[in-house]
Ligand binder design. Sequence first.
Ligand SMILES: [Zn+2]
Length: 136
Amino acid sequence: MTERRKKEILKLIDNLYFEFGTKNPISICKGLGIEIVSANIEMKGLYTVVLNSKLIVVQSLLEGFAKLFVIGHELFHALEHDCDEIRFFREHTGFKTSIYEEEANFFSVQLLKDYIEYHQDEVADLEIAEEIEKFI
Ligand SMILES: [Zn+2]
């Protein structure tokens, strides 16, 4: 990821904070009309559009900070990425290899930065803990 791209993503977070007065991804989703549901899915989360409704699905086993992190990750896809494109990349590359995934993780870490030090012990999900380490 380039420095320029990182700056763009930080600017996006500033804009969301300005618009919604919060960095909580659940509140931002509410403000944007994106619905969040939990389901027993294989991946940690996914973003999709069903009958013109924007929908984030979160793995039902995730809770606390890990859940918040995944919602933040998917929120970035909802804001930045074309749905079909993501599906394509999901099918053809691994979870961590695509630049879109890296950007979404960067976004989520930066969005939740203020929460992270208080919740670090809570991040039981190793994969998520690893992503946070990378960008913090
Ligand atoms: Zn993703």
